[in-house]
Design a binder for this molecule. Sequence first.
Ligand SMILES: Nc1ncnc2c1ncn2[C@@H]1O[C@H](COP(=O)(O)OP(=O)(O)OP(=O)(O)O)[C@@H](O)[C@H]1O
Ligand SMILES: [Mg+2]
Length: 259
Amino acid sequence: MVIGIPSFGAADVLHPARKRPAFLDVEDLVYEVDGNRVLDRMNIHSSAARIGLIGRNGSGKSTLARLLGGLLEPSSGRVTIAGLNPWHDRKGALATIGILFQNPDRQIIFPIVEEEIAFGLRQQGHSREEAERRTGEILAIFGKTHWKDAPISCLSQGQKHLLCMMSVLAMRPKLVIADEPFAGLDIPTRRQIKRYLEMSECGIILVTHDLQDIADYDEVYWLDRGKLLAQGHPDDVLRCYSKEMNRQGESDDIAILAG
Ligand SMILES: Nc1ncnc2c1ncn2[C@@H]1O[C@H](COP(=O)(O)OP(=O)(O)OP(=O)(O)O)[C@@H](O)[C@H]1O
Ligand SMILES: [Mg+2]
């Protein structure tokens, strides 16, 4: 059990240009499965544009990401993103929040690139013509116009990641929640996809085990066994986290994997 790690005041260290009105509000959020508490009374109030989520395997990061994206219903407590409740307001969530998963194969539904990108746009209520126009636009932005009619089965894993990101960004979300979206990618692909993601104007919540990914983010939240253990500027939180992870790595404690 990790104890005595301080919570760092975050709001005062945000870059002013990245400050926005309160955007992410999580109040007393609890998530339970079969009586087991996976997330325990979590509170987050943030206006940061780029947020990193870290923690050991099984600490609750993906669960939190899914709750923030409106894919899971809280057992109790409240999630508000840009003023909307993502679980109850699905239409609002579709217009506001984009979600990227670790495995693109779990995200992709259609066989052809254009169909895949257009699907989200149609779900948002855009006409067929507008969905087609925006699909062409996003492919052009990423220099992938030639992918339009390509079978997705012919894309590599990294290219599928890029396709998922284009599909999400085409929907012009205010926030992208990305759960380990770079896992398994080679270094240049990883860097490119990260750069593309960060080029967009939207806010980002990035779940990662690679601390480099979020070293320049505005805030980092450290989860431990379903609780928020520390939050604040990456310089502070990541330093403490690395130290603690190295310390735990020296021991034989992998009990957390058993939940
Ligand atoms: N549907 C479920 N049924 C049973 N247990 C669950 C369920 N969802 C999550 N859990 C448990 O909740 C805990 C947190 O899981 P979660 O996937 O959120 O962790 P994580 O921090 O994303 O881990 P990782 O870094 O390995 O991806 C784990 O102990 C997991 O077994
Ligand atoms: Mg996870």
